[in-house]
Design a protein around this ligand. Structure first.
Ligand code: SF4
Length: 162
């Protein structure tokens, strides 16, 4: 690991700690999961960057799981295709919380560019190196979603046992 990679990882880890202390909550419709295109299986012919509905849910990559998770919780899901579009989406007013999946370097750049947006970072897994057939631990993504979401109305209304 290079010094740059170590520093990026530290930056991301400290940012996540601060975000945890801040404890931002938001409704599902204001929560965005953003993932990098390199999570898509490199041999997949589907044009998911144009439309996530293009995914055939074959299970060869985590795009299928990310779509299922976003549907389960009713949160927004977007592919980060690089450039300004992704940053604009993250910074938009209707997005109050972001779960960003990427390598530590991209996360650090995104965190700095989108400050002070509430962003929780989930570093990706790179069994094939950077930018190709990357992966993510879905349990980490789901836990981050749960941490962001406000208590449901039913939970709020349920009185604590005496
Ligand atoms: S899960 Fe979707 S995006 Fe991934 S390889 Fe299959 S069809 Fe392509």
């Amino acid at each position: 690991m290079s010094i740059g990679e170590v520093l990026d990882a530290k930056f991301v880890s400290i940012s996540n700690m601060l975000q945890k202390l801040k404890g931002t909550k938001c409704p599902p419709s204001s929560l965005l999961i953003m993932f990098p295109h390199c999570i898509q299986w490199s041999k997949c012919p589907q044009k998911i960057t144009l439309d996530l509905n293009e995914c055939k849910a074959c299970g060869k990559c985590k795009v299928m799981d990310l779509i299922a998770l976003s549907e389960k919780y009713g949160v927004q899901l977007a592919v980060a295709t690089g450039g300004r579009a992704a940053l604009q989406k993250v910074k938009s007013e209707e997005v109050r919380g972001v779960i960003a999946i990427a390598c530590e370097k991209e996360l650090r750049i995104g965190l700095m560019a989108a400050f002070p947006k509430a962003i929780v970072s989930v570093p990706n897994l790179r069994p094939n190196g950077y930018c190709k057939d990357t992966d993510v631990t879905m349990e980490d993504v789901e836990q981050s979603v749960r941490n962001f979401l406000e208590e449901s109305e039913s939970e709020k209304e349920t009185p604590e046992p005496e």
